[in-house]
Design a protein around this ligand. Structure first.
Ligand code: NAP
Ligand code: ZN
Length: 356
């Protein structure tokens, strides 16, 4: 199918060494099942940076130019004739997924994120226009209604955008592994994902310990809902928690020794990796064998669970702590992200695109 298109302002990178710069991209005119959205805010995920710089070249090589961005909140401007759930004016959100086959066992079970034929919001083959999909660092986007979400009206809009990736990626594994009242939960890395994990684990009633390499984040961790904070470079502090955790979520973006964290798990404890450093990691067999520990990974969440997460956030008034920036500051923001210098998510105000 080749629908007609219109032009939208956006920011793209031309190569792994190029900064993001102003451009114009085509978007399809909405087909029957599509929702057209004016983007208000888009969060900056570390995955955007990994992709722009082609750091995951082995698993998902980047096709240039790339328009990143998968933490999108906006206002509906137009809907196709078959769209039932949305109307112009609605406040809506789009996360990492814009399509899947909807017939495979994963899709049928609500796990669209594990569909073998999924379409990611950026850098996935675009079955409508050819080339690859373009993400949320843009003025508007057109998405099949199944992949559009309702935003609770009480939430701060800039702080809602990061829920679409940082939020669901931490909410989903904690639900899966039964994080609840009385459980002891560790969160490794207090970045965009990590700070959402702290908020959710606290809201689920768990006792939360944050592991950080940044001593300056201690007070924030407590304010965000942690009961204790460990500076992970301090071996004595780490040792105090040996064998005591039910669940640990590792949300670190760079290479690090996560065996140190496996050893903090108790019997049947689980460590889930959501952080995605490019290099393979070494695991010590005995760390897992002893106490029947397990190590797993998790990717974002399905569409129904993402809506459930947004509704949970609406009920408990949970949003990300954001630093709002104009799109013109995006390259500077990437450099700061690499230095763990953001509290705790950049959210791009897309109104700034009108100055391009
Ligand atoms: P982020 O905001 O940059 O946070 C990463 C945190 O990791 C930093 O704030 C820092 O926390 C810690 N860190 C950084 N470098 C470190 C190092 N060398 N050693 C130890 N700790 C270090 O990134 P994010 O957006 O939250 O994303 C985190 C990771 O999750 C990325 O790899 C991203 O691609 C991945 N991700 C995965 C999924 C998924 O579906 N699985 C979804 C989204 C993102 P402290 O300052 O507290 O130490
Ligand atoms: Zn992300």
């Amino acid at each position: 199918m080749h629908p007609t298109t219109y032009n939208a302002k956006a920011y793209s990178a031309a190569s792994e060494k190029s900064p993001l710069a102003s451009t114009t991209i085509p978007r399809r005119d909405p087909t029957e099942r599509d929702v057209q959205i004016d983007i208000l805010f888009c969060g900056i995920c570390h995955s955007d940076l990994h992709s722009v710089r082609n750091e995951w070249s082995e698993f998902m090589p980047t096709v240039y130019p790339i328009v990143p961005g998968h933490e999108i909140v906006g206002r509906v401007t137009k809907v196709g004739s078959d769209v039932a759930k949305y109307k112009p004016g609605d406040l809506v959100a789009v996360g990492c997924l814009v399509d899947s086959d909807r017939t495979c066992p994963q899709c049928k079970a609500g796990f669209e994120q594990y569909c073998p034929n999924l379409t990611l919001t950026f850098n996935s083959p675009d079955k409508y226009l050819g080339g690859v999909t373009y993400g949320g660092y843009s003025a508007s986007i057109v998405v099949d209604e199944h992949f559009v979400l309702h935003v609770p009206s009480n939430l701060n809009v800039a702080g809602t955008a990061p829920l679409l990736c940082a939020g669901i990626t931490t909410y989903s594994p904690m639900r899966h592994w039964g994080v609840s009242n009385g459980k002891k939960v560790g969160v490794v890395g207090l970045g965009g994902l990590g700070h959402m994990a702290v908020k959710f684990a606290h809201a689920f009633g768990a006792r939360v310990v944050v592991f950080t390499t940044s001593p300056g984040k201690k007070e924030d961790a407590l304010r965000l809902g942690a009961d204790d904070v460990v500076v992970s470079r301090n071996a004595d502090e780490m040792q105090k928690h040996a064998g005591s955790f039910d669940f640990i979520l590792d949300a670190v973006s760079a290479d690090h020794d996560f065996n140190a964290y496996i050893n903090l798990l108790g019997r049947d404890g689980n460590l889930t990796l959501v952080g995605a450093p490019a290099e393979p990691l070494d695991v010590a067999a005995f760390s897992l064998i002893m106490r029947r520990r397990s190590l797993s990974g998790s990717a974002i969440g399905g569409i129904a669970e993402t809506q459930e997460m947004l509704d949970f956030c609406g009920k408990h008034n949970i949003t990300a702590d954001v630093e709002v920036i104009p799109i013109q500051k995006v390259n500077e923001a990437y450099e700061r992200l690499l230095k763990s210098d953001v509290k705790y998510r950049f959210s791009i105000d897309m109104a700034s695109l009108k100055f391009e």
